[in-house]
Design a protein around this ligand. Structure first.
Ligand code: BG6
Length: 487
């Protein structure tokens, strides 16, 4: 992909964890690949506790380099990448410092991108300070999650940012939308005639979407304890995946056509009745346990976590979509930390054949299923029944596999790399529009409120398991089980 879109990429939070692990490595990969970033494009890192450019570059060498190119760093590319980086020492709490920023960027080329890799409490002050020196014009602003804590706080941020930047200048990141297999889901659904007639209530029995992690809260205990899995993963990543799985075919792939269709799904989510919450939502918290042979501590003892914390690290939900395509089809969503495996996948369970001329084995589980594995090992796997070789008509479950790394041996791109290139090139389709975000908060909020009001602690689960037993019981009520329970 050749580009001549020049840019000045201003990175607030230039020494933060996200810049170190994701943003600068992604920009480096785009730079190293060649042809993706205009040669004249510049990165201006903003930080407060670094004296000058040379000290910042030293920090980049020490902290960012270990996170780039697993197979070793191309030193020439690394040196030319460093040459793109400028530095501005700015105290974000001091609006006067933004005059320095204006001076630092005024002669730099191309479209200006302001990436706010900072806590959300700084979003509005930064936007206002940018506007006070005229830097909001002809610019794009990127907001990291979490954008707010609930509908009210997210509206407050969106209102204030919206006074300074027009909606088409605002790029709200959800990095799951940048993952290659999520794009592939769009290709699978809307590029093939095969699935579309089956992608509906008449033929789909249930859908599962799981994002399971082995990691705990790591060094983010403080943040996480005030957030919890519902806000951290469901309100954004899981509902975005759900809306892509369930959306109607868009008229085109332009940003608003896709986002309009996703919005329709979010608005059609059946509101959760507080009286039913025990039947359709499970919240859990990890206790100590063993993951891949290593003992790991309980959530409540992690640094930054309050004693007797009731924050959930696991959520499972039964969701319904009230429209003609999906009425009555349960969507089971699940996410958790310290689970038995790191896996993100979408499982579409089709209905069994209506009458089996081939005997009972044709009705067995393990067939009529599509599994879209987002990570690790991106694959799309279609399970069917086939006759076992030999005498008699004995059926067995077999699968057709598309393993992306084998089929397309190169060209895979990390989510952040794709999304940053989209910002620089002005492509909004993979960013969350304000109305989508509001619809997601509106749906999630009654669950948060009910959990808070009931004051019940989350259900404990041992680290290294698949979460509380109640999550399995919820599916059992619908005559089904999570995919790993079948194996
Ligand atoms: C982030 C959450 O948005 O996504 C983290 O804040 C979580 O808690 C992460 O670990 C998971 O992302 P990925 O790409 O590693 O699955």
């Amino acid at each position: 992909m050749q580009t001549d879109s020049s840019f000045t990429f201003v990175l607030f939070g230039g020494t933060g964890d996200l810049s170190m692990r994701k943003i600068l490595p992604a920009l480096f990969e785009a730079h190293r690949a060649g042809g993706m970033l205009a040669d004249s494009g510049k990165i201006v890192a903003v930080a407060r506790h670094v004296a000058d450019r040379s000290e910042y570059l030293q920090w980049v060498n020490e902290h960012v380099k270990p996170h780039v190119s697993k197979n070793g760093v191309d030193e020439a590319a690394w040196a030319s990448f460093l040459a793109r980086i400028e530095f501005a020492k700015i105290d974000l709490g001091n609006p006067d410092d933004f005059v320095l920023l204006r001076d630092a960027v005024k002669d730099l080329p191309g479209i200006r991108v302001f990436y706010l890799a900072t806590g959300p409490s700084l979003f509005v002050p930064i936007c206002r300070a940018l506007a006070s020196v005229g830097l909001n014009e002809n610019a794009r602003i990127v907001l990291e999650k979490p954008l707010g804590y609930d509908l009210k706080s997210s509206n407050a941020i969106n209102d204030a940012v919206g006074e300074i930047f027009a909606e088409e200048q605002i790029y709200r990141i959800d990095h799951y939308l940048g993952k290659e297999p999520v794009q592939n889901l769009l290709a699978l659904r809307f590029g093939n005639a095969l699935f579309e007639p089956l992608w509906r209530r008449e033929w789909v029995e249930s859908i599962q979407i799981t994002i399971a992690e082995e990691l705990g809260v790591e060094a983010r205990g403080d943040f996480y304890d005030n957030t919890g899995a519902l806000r951290d993963m469901v309100q954004n990543h899981l509902l975005q995946l759900l809306s892509i799985v369930a959306m109607e075919p868009p008229h085109s792939m332009d940003s608003d056509s896709v986002r309009d269709e996703k919005l329709r799904v979010l608005r059609a989510l059946k509101p959760i009745n507080p009286l039913d919450i025990g039947k359709v939502a499970v919240r859990g918290q990890y206790h100590s346990g063993v993951i891949r042979g290593n003992a790991v501590p309980a959530y409540a003892t992690e640094p930054g976590v309050k004693q007797n914390s009731t924050t959930e690290t696991f959520v499972a939900l039964k969701v319904e979509i009230e429209n003609w395509r999906w009425a009555g089809v349960p969507f089971f969503l699940r996410t958790g930390k310290r689970l038995a495996d790191r896996v993100a996948e979408i499982v579409v369970n089709f209905r069994p054949v209506p009458h089996s001329a081939l005997g009972a084995s044709a009705l067995r589980a393990g067939a009529n299923r599509l599994v879209i594995r987002l990570q690790p090992n991106e694959t799309i796997r279609l399970y069917c029944l086939a006759k076992q070789p030999g005498e008699g008509m004995n059926l067995a479950s077999v699968h057709l596999d598309l393993a992306f790394d084998q089929f397309f041996r190169e060209g895979q791109m990390e989510a952040y790399q794709r999304l940053l290139l989209d910002v620089i090139n002005g492509r909004l389709a993979l960013f969350v529009r304000r109305d989508e975000q509001e619809a997601a908060w509106r749906w999630v909020e009654p669950i948060l409120n009910e959990w808070k009001a009931s004051n019940k602690p989350p259900k404990p689960y041992a680290s290294g398991t698949w979460g509380p037993a109640a999550a399995s019981a919820m599916l059992a009520q619908h005559g089904t089980c999570w995919l790993e329970e079948e194996n």
